[in-house]
Design a protein around this ligand. Structure first.
Ligand code: FE2
Length: 192
């Protein structure tokens, strides 16, 4: 179990590392994923502390080139060992981070909790709509940005690991369908 001081160090390390991330992966994304990861972990029998720390550190290499799951896992592991977390804890966190951006048939329960918590962000109205932010749309071009968000909604919806996450997505599915239909109509209309 981590001490209060270790937890504070993890949070400030995360905040510092994600400073250069795009607005969609800033610390508000990280803290929401961490909250979701803890609640999924508690309901699904995963370790809440491993899941929370993995969520806090999962995007620490997001602004760097290359595979941010792999580099983030190494960086997180080194950091956790530097603040005297146990090797087993650091390994479990690193494993969840490594697989948070990769499909895998065999996930640890904490990896499943992190994957679902991260994807829930784009599968529910608040996160989905935030992808329509000017930065993201401008970066990809309006139509491409919307198309990518819609494509990923269906793609990740099929790939959730836990009953808990599936139930949350189901609860929002009518609203999400209405948003997606509305966006499609807007894109099809010449008077949009
Ligand atoms: Fe994320």
């Amino acid at each position: 179990m981590l001490t209060k001081e270790q937890k504070e160090k993890i949070i400030s390390f995360s905040k510092k590392c994600v400073e250069k991330n795009d607005p969609f992966h800033d610390f508000s994304h990280i803290s929401m994923v961490a909250r979701n990861a803890v609640s999924i972990a508690k309901k699904e029998g995963a370790d809440p502390e491993i899941s929370e720390v993995a969520a806090l550190l999962h995007d620490i290499c997001k602004s760097e080139p290359g595979d941010h799951g792999t580099s983030g896992a190494c960086k997180a592991r080194d950091f956790l060992l530097s603040i005297r977390a146990s090797g087993a804890f650091a390994d479990a966190v690193a494993e969840a981070i490594h697989f948070h951006d990769k499909e895998s048939r065999e996930r640890s329960p904490e990896s499943a909790a992190l994957w679902d918590a991260d994807k829930l962000y784009i599968l529910t109205p608040r996160g989905f709509v935030s992808r329509m932010c000017p930065f993201w749309i401008m970066k990809l071009g309006e139509e491409k940005g919307i198309e990518k968000a819609v494509y990923e909604y269906y793609f990740y919806k099929e790939r959730l690991n836990t009953k808990t996450a599936r139930a949350i997505v189901e609860k929002h599915s009518k609203t999400m369908d209405a948003i997606i239909q509305g966006l499609k109509k807007t894109m099809d209309s010449e008077l949009s």
